[in-house]
Design a protein around this ligand. Structure first.
Ligand SMILES: [Zn+2]
Length: 273
Protein backbone atom coordinates (compact mmCIF):
# COMPACT_ATOMS: atom_id res chain seq x y z
CA UNK A 1 0.00 0.00 0.00
CA UNK A 2 1.30 3.44 -0.93
CA UNK A 3 1.95 5.86 1.94
CA UNK A 4 -0.44 8.47 0.51
CA UNK A 5 -3.21 5.87 0.27
CA UNK A 6 -2.47 4.69 3.80
CA UNK A 7 -2.77 8.25 5.11
CA UNK A 8 -5.93 8.91 3.09
CA UNK A 9 -7.51 5.85 4.72
CA UNK A 10 -6.19 6.70 8.19
CA UNK A 11 -7.19 10.38 8.10
CA UNK A 12 -10.59 9.63 6.58
CA UNK A 13 -11.23 13.21 5.41
CA UNK A 14 -14.08 13.51 2.93
CA UNK A 15 -13.79 15.44 -0.36
CA UNK A 16 -9.98 15.55 -0.17
CA UNK A 17 -6.86 14.13 -1.76
CA UNK A 18 -3.55 13.26 -0.07
CA UNK A 19 -0.80 14.50 -2.39
CA UNK A 20 2.38 13.79 -0.44
CA UNK A 21 3.55 12.57 2.95
CA UNK A 22 6.85 13.71 4.46
CA UNK A 23 8.27 11.65 7.31
CA UNK A 24 11.68 12.66 8.57
CA UNK A 25 13.82 11.19 11.34
CA UNK A 26 12.78 13.99 13.68
CA UNK A 27 10.05 16.57 13.63
CA UNK A 28 6.39 16.30 12.69
CA UNK A 29 4.81 14.14 10.00
CA UNK A 30 3.69 16.49 7.21
CA UNK A 31 0.77 15.56 5.00
CA UNK A 32 0.18 17.72 1.91
CA UNK A 33 -3.49 17.68 0.95
CA UNK A 34 -5.98 19.46 -1.28
CA UNK A 35 -9.76 19.53 -1.52
CA UNK A 36 -11.03 17.44 -4.43
CA UNK A 37 -11.18 19.50 -7.67
CA UNK A 38 -14.47 21.21 -8.45
CA UNK A 39 -15.68 20.96 -4.87
CA UNK A 40 -14.66 24.43 -3.72
CA UNK A 41 -16.94 25.62 -0.95
CA UNK A 42 -17.41 29.01 0.68
CA UNK A 43 -15.87 29.40 4.16
CA UNK A 44 -18.70 31.76 5.14
CA UNK A 45 -21.85 29.74 4.44
CA UNK A 46 -20.47 26.33 3.42
CA UNK A 47 -22.31 26.52 0.08
CA UNK A 48 -20.78 25.69 -3.26
CA UNK A 49 -18.61 28.56 -4.53
CA UNK A 50 -19.15 30.07 -7.96
CA UNK A 51 -15.44 30.10 -8.84
CA UNK A 52 -11.97 30.71 -7.45
CA UNK A 53 -11.08 34.36 -6.89
CA UNK A 54 -7.55 35.57 -7.67
CA UNK A 55 -4.59 33.76 -9.11
CA UNK A 56 -2.66 32.92 -5.97
CA UNK A 57 -3.54 30.71 -3.05
CA UNK A 58 -1.99 30.86 0.43
CA UNK A 59 -0.03 28.03 2.03
CA UNK A 60 -1.67 27.02 5.31
CA UNK A 61 -1.05 24.42 8.01
CA UNK A 62 -3.38 22.69 10.46
CA UNK A 63 -2.42 20.63 13.45
CA UNK A 64 -3.93 17.15 13.51
CA UNK A 65 -3.95 14.46 16.22
CA UNK A 66 -0.54 12.86 16.60
CA UNK A 67 0.28 9.59 14.82
CA UNK A 68 2.65 7.03 16.37
CA UNK A 69 3.60 9.57 19.01
CA UNK A 70 4.60 12.17 16.40
CA UNK A 71 2.96 15.53 15.81
CA UNK A 72 1.01 15.52 12.54
CA UNK A 73 0.59 18.60 10.38
CA UNK A 74 -1.76 18.93 7.41
CA UNK A 75 -0.54 21.30 4.70
CA UNK A 76 -2.54 22.76 1.87
CA UNK A 77 -3.00 25.80 -0.34
CA UNK A 78 -6.09 27.82 0.43
CA UNK A 79 -7.74 30.02 -2.18
CA UNK A 80 -10.25 32.77 -2.02
CA UNK A 81 -13.56 32.00 -3.68
CA UNK A 82 -16.50 33.96 -4.99
CA UNK A 83 -19.74 32.98 -3.29
CA UNK A 84 -23.12 34.05 -4.60
CA UNK A 85 -24.36 34.72 -1.06
CA UNK A 86 -21.27 35.98 0.82
CA UNK A 87 -19.11 37.59 -1.89
CA UNK A 88 -15.35 36.94 -1.75
CA UNK A 89 -14.38 34.61 1.09
CA UNK A 90 -11.63 32.18 2.01
CA UNK A 91 -12.54 28.69 0.82
CA UNK A 92 -13.73 26.02 3.19
CA UNK A 93 -11.51 22.96 3.65
CA UNK A 94 -13.17 19.62 4.49
CA UNK A 95 -10.82 18.78 7.37
CA UNK A 96 -11.10 22.00 9.44
CA UNK A 97 -13.57 24.57 10.66
CA UNK A 98 -13.33 28.03 9.10
CA UNK A 99 -10.66 30.21 10.70
CA UNK A 100 -9.06 27.39 12.68
CA UNK A 101 -5.45 26.19 12.63
CA UNK A 102 -6.50 22.78 13.99
CA UNK A 103 -8.30 19.98 12.18
CA UNK A 104 -11.91 19.19 12.99
CA UNK A 105 -10.92 15.85 14.59
CA UNK A 106 -8.32 17.56 16.80
CA UNK A 107 -10.85 20.17 17.93
CA UNK A 108 -13.49 17.53 18.68
CA UNK A 109 -10.99 15.68 20.86
CA UNK A 110 -10.13 18.90 22.76
CA UNK A 111 -13.85 19.65 23.26
CA UNK A 112 -14.52 16.11 24.52
CA UNK A 113 -11.75 16.39 27.10
CA UNK A 114 -12.86 19.88 28.09
CA UNK A 115 -16.19 18.43 29.20
CA UNK A 116 -14.34 16.19 31.65
CA UNK A 117 -11.54 18.32 33.02
CA UNK A 118 -10.42 21.93 33.40
CA UNK A 119 -9.09 24.22 30.64
CA UNK A 120 -5.53 24.42 32.03
CA UNK A 121 -5.14 20.61 32.06
CA UNK A 122 -6.48 20.38 28.49
CA UNK A 123 -4.10 23.09 27.23
CA UNK A 124 -1.10 21.33 28.83
CA UNK A 125 -2.11 17.89 27.57
CA UNK A 126 -2.49 19.01 23.95
CA UNK A 127 0.37 21.51 24.10
CA UNK A 128 -1.74 24.47 22.97
CA UNK A 129 -2.44 27.79 24.67
CA UNK A 130 -5.21 28.29 27.20
CA UNK A 131 -6.87 30.84 24.90
CA UNK A 132 -6.72 28.41 21.93
CA UNK A 133 -8.66 25.86 24.01
CA UNK A 134 -11.32 28.51 24.68
CA UNK A 135 -11.60 29.38 20.99
CA UNK A 136 -11.89 25.68 20.06
CA UNK A 137 -14.70 25.26 22.61
CA UNK A 138 -16.50 28.25 21.06
CA UNK A 139 -16.26 26.83 17.52
CA UNK A 140 -17.37 23.31 18.50
CA UNK A 141 -20.30 24.59 20.57
CA UNK A 142 -21.41 27.00 17.82
CA UNK A 143 -21.47 24.15 15.32
CA UNK A 144 -23.20 21.67 17.60
CA UNK A 145 -25.77 24.14 18.91
CA UNK A 146 -29.24 22.86 18.13
CA UNK A 147 -31.28 25.60 16.44
CA UNK A 148 -34.51 24.22 17.85
CA UNK A 149 -33.32 24.30 21.47
CA UNK A 150 -35.41 27.42 22.18
CA UNK A 151 -38.64 25.90 20.85
CA UNK A 152 -41.41 24.74 23.16
CA UNK A 153 -40.03 26.22 26.40
CA UNK A 154 -42.67 26.25 29.15
CA UNK A 155 -40.90 25.66 32.46
CA UNK A 156 -37.49 27.32 32.61
CA UNK A 157 -34.91 28.15 35.27
CA UNK A 158 -32.48 31.11 35.42
CA UNK A 159 -29.25 30.85 37.33
CA UNK A 160 -25.97 32.71 37.64
CA UNK A 161 -22.57 31.04 37.49
CA UNK A 162 -19.57 32.72 39.08
CA UNK A 163 -16.08 32.04 37.68
CA UNK A 164 -12.55 33.45 37.36
CA UNK A 165 -10.49 35.91 39.37
CA UNK A 166 -11.53 38.74 39.47
CA UNK A 167 -15.02 37.28 39.57
CA UNK A 168 -17.04 37.17 36.39
CA UNK A 169 -20.60 36.02 35.94
CA UNK A 170 -22.53 33.97 33.43
CA UNK A 171 -26.31 33.88 33.16
CA UNK A 172 -27.63 30.43 32.31
CA UNK A 173 -31.14 29.39 31.28
CA UNK A 174 -32.20 25.76 31.62
CA UNK A 175 -35.23 23.92 30.33
CA UNK A 176 -36.54 22.05 33.38
CA UNK A 177 -38.50 19.60 31.23
CA UNK A 178 -35.57 18.33 29.15
CA UNK A 179 -32.97 19.16 31.82
CA UNK A 180 -30.77 20.90 29.22
CA UNK A 181 -29.01 24.26 29.30
CA UNK A 182 -30.55 26.15 26.39
CA UNK A 183 -28.89 29.55 26.61
CA UNK A 184 -25.99 31.31 28.36
CA UNK A 185 -24.34 34.74 28.19
CA UNK A 186 -21.75 36.76 30.10
CA UNK A 187 -23.16 39.02 32.84
CA UNK A 188 -25.91 38.80 35.45
CA UNK A 189 -27.98 41.92 34.86
CA UNK A 190 -31.58 42.37 33.76
CA UNK A 191 -30.22 43.35 30.33
CA UNK A 192 -28.34 40.05 30.05
CA UNK A 193 -31.48 38.00 30.65
CA UNK A 194 -33.36 40.43 28.39
CA UNK A 195 -31.13 39.25 25.51
CA UNK A 196 -32.47 35.73 26.02
CA UNK A 197 -36.09 36.86 25.82
CA UNK A 198 -35.27 38.99 22.75
CA UNK A 199 -33.79 35.92 21.03
CA UNK A 200 -36.80 33.88 22.06
CA UNK A 201 -39.23 36.27 20.37
CA UNK A 202 -42.76 37.29 21.32
CA UNK A 203 -44.51 34.06 20.36
CA UNK A 204 -42.19 31.72 22.25
CA UNK A 205 -42.15 34.11 25.26
CA UNK A 206 -45.94 33.79 25.38
CA UNK A 207 -45.66 30.03 25.93
CA UNK A 208 -43.50 30.33 29.08
CA UNK A 209 -45.54 29.57 32.20
CA UNK A 210 -43.06 29.18 35.06
CA UNK A 211 -39.60 30.69 35.69
CA UNK A 212 -37.51 29.48 38.62
CA UNK A 213 -34.65 31.65 39.89
CA UNK A 214 -32.67 32.73 42.93
CA UNK A 215 -33.89 35.90 44.62
CA UNK A 216 -32.11 38.23 42.18
CA UNK A 217 -33.89 41.56 41.67
CA UNK A 218 -32.28 41.92 38.20
CA UNK A 219 -33.62 38.58 36.92
CA UNK A 220 -37.03 39.28 38.43
CA UNK A 221 -37.16 42.65 36.62
CA UNK A 222 -36.28 41.03 33.28
CA UNK A 223 -39.00 38.39 33.75
CA UNK A 224 -41.60 41.00 34.75
CA UNK A 225 -40.67 43.12 31.69
CA UNK A 226 -40.65 40.34 29.08
CA UNK A 227 -42.92 37.57 30.35
CA UNK A 228 -45.26 39.29 32.86
CA UNK A 229 -47.78 36.43 32.67
CA UNK A 230 -45.23 33.83 33.88
CA UNK A 231 -45.19 32.69 37.47
CA UNK A 232 -41.90 33.22 39.35
CA UNK A 233 -40.82 30.44 41.69
CA UNK A 234 -37.86 31.07 43.96
CA UNK A 235 -35.22 28.43 44.25
CA UNK A 236 -35.70 26.34 47.43
CA UNK A 237 -31.99 26.52 48.30
CA UNK A 238 -31.93 30.32 48.25
CA UNK A 239 -35.16 30.60 50.27
CA UNK A 240 -33.72 28.22 52.91
CA UNK A 241 -30.45 30.22 52.91
CA UNK A 242 -32.32 33.49 53.48
CA UNK A 243 -34.45 31.99 56.28
CA UNK A 244 -31.36 30.61 58.02
CA UNK A 245 -29.65 34.00 57.79
CA UNK A 246 -32.69 35.82 59.19
CA UNK A 247 -33.21 33.35 62.04
CA UNK A 248 -29.51 33.55 62.97
CA UNK A 249 -29.71 37.33 63.03
CA UNK A 250 -32.87 37.24 65.14
CA UNK A 251 -31.38 34.74 67.59
CA UNK A 252 -28.21 36.80 67.77
CA UNK A 253 -30.11 39.89 68.82
CA UNK A 254 -32.30 37.99 71.24
CA UNK A 255 -29.62 35.88 72.95
CA UNK A 256 -26.52 37.97 72.29
CA UNK A 257 -24.89 35.54 69.83
CA UNK A 258 -21.98 37.01 67.91
CA UNK A 259 -22.86 38.29 64.45
CA UNK A 260 -21.30 36.83 61.29
CA UNK A 261 -18.85 39.73 60.93
CA UNK A 262 -17.81 39.47 64.60
CA UNK A 263 -17.32 35.70 64.22
CA UNK A 264 -15.12 36.26 61.16
CA UNK A 265 -13.13 38.97 62.92
CA UNK A 266 -12.48 36.90 66.03
CA UNK A 267 -11.51 33.78 64.03
CA UNK A 268 -9.04 35.90 61.98
CA UNK A 269 -7.39 37.08 65.21
CA UNK A 270 -7.36 33.58 66.62
CA UNK A 271 -9.90 34.40 69.32
CA UNK A 272 -12.83 32.23 70.33
CA UNK A 273 -15.84 32.34 68.01
ZN1 LIG B 1 -21.01 31.84 1.08
Amino acid sequence: MRVTRLFRTMLGFARSVVERVTIEREGPIKVAMRPRAGRERCGGCGGKAKRLHGTRGKAREWRHLGAWGRRTIIKSTVWRVLCQRCGVRTMDVPWARTGSVFTRVFENEVAWMLQRTDQTTVSRYFGISWCAVGRIAGRVVAEALDGSRLDGLVFIGVDEICYGRPQKYLTRVVDHISGRTVWAAAGKSAETLGLFFAELGEERCGAIEIVTMDMSAAYEKAVRDHVPHAEIVYDRFHVAQLLTRLSTRFAGKRYGWPTRSRRKRSSRHGGPC
